[in-house]
Ligand binder design. Structure first.
Ligand code: NZQ
Ligand code: ZN
Length: 379
């Protein structure tokens, strides 16, 4: 194993009615909150009313910011920072999925010193603390509720970047699967694809970490066991519950211990699809992952075989890759440009951006020639 630090300060409250912990804990955290939301979903799934009731009960003052978009953009984050500064808030509460939570993390980081969020994402400004971040999760996918990461995009520069710091772990996260009962079939599937991708990014990182590999396999088995059942029974609480815990465990550190790092090359390439064509995160990953596996099938032959055998009892690389494609197809996720309805011009635009930005993994570095080869596999 590689040497590692195990650190995760987020206090997670999981299960029905876990929202009730908010009024107990918030008074010790702050006096005035900036609430951050996406579109209308927080009102439809009941989270909005529940959060407001808890704030009133705890006599916490608050202001609301609505309008964070899926694949969140730096513009809205700037607006929310300005509102938070004007209103002198001392904590930020995200109510939503990964896009809202990621935005709230950067908002909380930028408010104290009025930092520019894009400069922070680019590493040009380095805040030294953040306001406390509280999350009320309404979509199981990213694991953002229990990790320090945030992803924002900039449509002017065509960049979608990730960020992580010790200051951007949520202090408290409320994870009540009830709020996810309203998530559409499409976004449930994209969430499942994202969970699988996080597990594979960890698995194809570097370092001999058998127990972490076994955690990966356990969560992969959990996800593949519930995926199709859940998509045909979206209101099933027990399946929503299992998906939510799987999504948290896929990216809260437990699958990374003992490795140098995950790879993240697939995420880096997939972010280019999202930023160009506003493709949901999970849908971009299910297109890029099979291509990445095909590219590395020889180099990673033994790793792919171990994965296939432990996950499904499959003994060959090509059958494992095919099974992963079939899994994505079975949950209605795209695996080719055609499934995304990308025409030839759009494919060329994508290739040009890849050639310009040269996305790569942290362990398996991608050359321009390899990126071109991946393009070929995505057609
Ligand atoms: O905008 P609203 O109205 O809230 O609707 C959202 C949005 O349209 C809707 N939704 C959320 N909760 C719902 C619901 N609809 C019905 N019922 C509910 N209970 O779902 C849509 C998608 O929401 P979004 O937050 O964008 O989805 P997700 O959680 O998949 O987040 C994706 C973002 O997270 C980033 C991605 O790059 C992407 O920008 N990631 C963040 C990571 C992290 N922080 O660790 C890691 C991931 O790899 C990922 O990169
Ligand atoms: Zn992801």
């Amino acid at each position: 194993m590689e040497t590692f630090i195990a650190y995760n300060p987020t206090k997670l409250f999981f299960g029905k009615q876990s929202i009730e912990y908010l009024s107990k804990h918030l008074p010790r955290i702050g006096q005035k909150a900036l609430l951050v939301f996406g579109g209308k979903s927080a009102k439809a799934n009941g989270a909005y009313d529940d959060v407001i009731a808890q704030l009133i009960k705890a006599q916490i003052r608050f202001v609301e910011f609505w309008g964070i978009k899926p694949n969140p953009r730096v513009e809205e984050v700037r607006e929310a920072i300005a509102l938070g500064i004007k209103e002198k808030v001392d904590m930020v509460i995200a109510v939503g999925g990964g896009s809202v939570i990621d935005s709230a993390k950067i908002i909380a980081l930028c408010i104290p010193k009025n930092n520019d969020p894009w400069n922070v994402m680019k590493g040009k400004e380095k805040p030294t603390h953040a306001l406390p971040i509280i999350t009320v999760l309404t979509l199981a996918a990213t694991g953002s509720e229990m990790n320090p990461f945030a992803v924002l995009q900039n449509n002017e520069t065509n960049e979608k970047l990730g960020f992580g710091s010790p200051f951007t772990y949520p202090t408290i996260s409320i994870c009540d699967p009830t709020y996810t009962l309203t998530v559409s079939k499409e976004y449930t599937a994209y969430g499942l694809a994202d969970i699988v991708a996080h597990l594979l990014e960890a698995y194809f990182g570097d370092g001999n970490a058998l127990l972490s590999d076994r955690f990966v396999i356990s969560v992969l088995k959990e996800v593949s066991q519930i995926a199709e059942l859940l998509l045909s029974d979206l209101q099933n609480y027990e399946l929503r519950e299992r998906m939510m815990w799987a999504s948290t465990c896929a990216l809260n550190g437990i699958t990374f211990h003992g490795r140098k790092s995950g790879d993240w090359g697939v995420h880096d390439v997939a972010h280019h699809l999202s930023v160009l064509f506003d493709i949901p995160h999970g849908a971009s990953l299910s297109v890029v992952y099979p291509a990445w596996l095909k590219l590395h099938r020889r180099k990673l032959n033994q790793r792919i075989i171990w994965l296939g055998n432990e996950w499904w009892g499959i003994k060959t690389t090509s059958k494992t890759i095919k099974q992963i494609e079939d899994f994505f197809l079975a949950i209605n996720c795209p695996i080719r440009f055609n499934d995304l309805n990308l025409d030839l011009n759009q494919q060329k635009t994508f290739e040009s951006l890849l050639m310009k930005n040269k996305p790569t993994g942290m362990i398996h570095r991608l050359t321009r020639a390899q990126l071109r080869k991946m393009m070929h596999f995505m057609k």
